[in-house]
Design a protein around this ligand. Structure first.
Ligand code: F6P
Length: 494
């Protein structure tokens, strides 16, 4: 079983001569001003939450967009700061920030990454917008990231581990300018089928960018296959499905699934702390809860997450099973996201109006079926929510993996919660003991909520035990170690 310590050992023994550099758009720690003081926030991002413990084990440098209003005030002249803020000597790394103008952010992050690539890759019937100006800014920003990486690498050899769809062109730029770099890229979102992808006017450039990596990872095999099909249709490339390799333009890229995960041991240990019990009773008092059954949902408000569909299922559940009125509450926690994009603004309005109408329909005395926590909650409160829930709903319409599902499982050593999980989340490939739902099928979804509430204890425990052993074994250290071991093969033929 991979642990923080064994990953650390792998890195120290094998990567000595190499700089280890992780690159992503989102940074793991954001410094911002609040009431005149600098505060450090952890963003609501599966990617950063998963990679932070890996970097704490590996050391090295993480390069990301400095998006906080106090970020510039805490870095050194090389734009670096040591993180985590309260670190011990053997678990810290450098966060190097890349500075972007508002125009850069508009065209690259809001525009091309999140109005073109995001809806293109998630099949949720939201039309992508392809704007020439966004595309040029996306290219420009990929060059800015490349410059920052090349400065960091200098004349050294380096393993560069690129994250996600914001940086699809990066490895090509790096490889054109340095022969000392071995690169892997992990695509954290789904890859669509070739028919869907071919509407992108710059599909060739994106594929060429990704095929400049030595290793390209997706969460599940299905996405790897879609990627290989897309390449076969769009480029003069040789796709070898038996060896999971693509040969293009004289270079080879290995394409493999690596299901991302969480720090299982850490979450389990956190969930057993006394503070969590205290936080649960505080939270119950604050929310006016007594003995009601509790369902939870935790996520960024994104149209891929299926929050309106979940609310429709809750509505149908109370309609169909009125005996549960006043006996169950659903706590929806989360933060708004990408709010400059119109699709997100209308999603927020839709969620608000559904919440309002469902609560109005069933409200009785002080009881309301849906409790909304629209704020950035501290980690301790998120843990309390996971631990106090009778069931957790993770119902995306399409999702690469979804770490909320794995976090829930890792937080339940009591083996008592039920996970309701969408068949369209990558996590459903591993967590087969969850109650699987199609979020579009409201009637069956409503019935599944009842099944969760009425499941016999022994059944709950059996399912949770099985899921816990899967997440325990396939933890985030295994994810990172397998990717790094692959990179070592390129260098040492191991
Ligand atoms: O799913 C892709 C992803 O990058 C996740 O890894 C992360 O949870 C989310 O998007 C965060 O989005 P953003 O950085 O735009 O807030």
């Amino acid at each position: 079983m991979w642990t923080k310590a064994s990953l650390c050992q792998l890195i120290t023994e094998k990567l000595q001569d190499y700089r280890f550099i992780v690159v992503s758009n989102r940074e793991p720690y954001i410094h911002s001003y609040s009431e005149g003081k600098i505060q450090v926030k952890v963003p609501a991002s599966g990617l950063t939450i998963a990679l932070d413990p890996v970097m704490q084990a590996c050391g090295g440098t993480w390069i990301a967009h400095g998006s906080g209003d106090a970020d510039k005030d805490v870095v050194d002249p090389l734009s670096k700061v040591q993180v985590p803020p309260q670190h011990s000597n053997n678990s810290h790394y450098s966060l190097k920030r890349v500075w972007l103008s508002k125009e850069d952010e508009d065209g690259y992050y809001y525009g091309f990454a999140n109005e073109a690539l995001w809806p293109l890759c998630h099949v949720v019937y939201n039309r992508p917008s392809f704007r020439e100006s966004d595309w040029s800014t996306y290219q420009k920003v990929n060059h800015l990231f490349a410059k920052s990486i090349l400065e960091e690498v200098g004349n050294n050899k380096a393993f560069v581990f690129i994250q996600d769809y914001h940086l699809a062109l990066l490895s090509k730029i790096l490889k054109e300018q340095s022969r000392n770099i071995i690169s892997a890229q992990f695509w954290h979102i789904p890859w669509p089928n070739p028919e869907s992808f071919r509407i992108c006017p710059w599909q060739e450039e994106i594929l060429q960018g990704l095929l400049s990596n030595d290793l390209l990872g997706f969460h599940i095999r299905y996405n790897c296959n879609n990627f290989m099909d897309t390449v076969e249709r769009s480029l003069e490339a040789r796709v070898d499905r038996d060896r999971d390799e693509i040969n293009y333009n004289g270079r080879k890229t290995v394409v493999q699934p690596f299901p991302i995960s969480v720090d299982f041991e850490e979450l389990t240990a956190e969930s057993q702390k006394e503070e969590v019990k205290i936080e649960i009773s505080n939270l119950k008092r604050r929310l006016g809860l007594s003995n009601e059954a509790i369902g939870i949902g935790i996520e960024r408000f994104d149209y891929t997450k299926g929050i309106p569909d979940r609310f429709r299922a809750i509505d149908r559940f109370f309609e169909k099973y009125p005996e549960y009125q006043q006996k169950m509450v659903f706590i929806q926690a989360g933060v708004t996201s990408r709010i400059h994009i119109e699709a997100y603004q209308s999603l927020n309005k839709e969620i608000e109006s559904l919440e309002e109408s469902i609560n109005w329909k069933y409200k009785s005395g002080l009881w309301e079926p849906i409790i909304f926590l629209r704020e950035t909650l501290p980690q301790a409160t998120l843990m309390a929510l996971r631990c106090m829930a009778d069931f957790c709903v993770v119902s995306p319409l399409h999702d690469g993996m979804n770490l909320v599902a794995k976090e829930f499982v890792a937080s339940r050593p009591d083996e008592n919660g039920v996970l309701i999980l969408s068949i369209f989340a990558g996590a459903s490939q591993e967590l087969k003991e969850a109650l699987l739902v199609n979020p579009y099928a409201t009637e069956a979804f409503a019935d599944t909520i009842r099944t969760a509430l009425e499941m016999p204890e022994a059944d709950k425990q059996k399912r949770m035990r099985r899921m816990r052993s899967i997440v325990q074994e396939n933890n985030v250290y295994k994810w990172a170690a397998e990717i790094i071991s692959y990179l070592l093969k390129f260098e040492f033929g191991e």
